[in-house]
Design a protein around this ligand. Structure first.
Ligand code: ZN
Length: 74
């Protein structure tokens, strides 16, 4: 089993549970920054709580949609 450390909050987790969409079944594992030319710059691993905060920040979700997912055993 692999463990990850969230690059934003520092918590440890083993998997992400937030789906990209109900259609794909893929999970959101983080985000990346792009250069002005569109090349990928840096990748950031994110726990599900920080993924939720990012989606709210990006206006992809409403704050009321936020349901914390705690899968780090804490
Ligand atoms: Zn986090």
């Amino acid at each position: 089993m692999e463990a990850y450390k969230c690059d934003r909050c520092g918590s440890f987790y083993t998997e992400n549970a937030r789906k990209v969409s109900d259609m794909t079944g893929d999970f959101i594992g983080g985000c990346a920054t792009l250069t002005a030319g569109g090349s990928r710059d840096k990748r950031f691993d994110l726990c599900d709580d920080c993924v939720s905060d990012l989606l709210i920040f990006l206006k992809c979700e409403e704050e009321s949609d936020h349901e914390p997912i705690n899968n780090n055993g804490a």
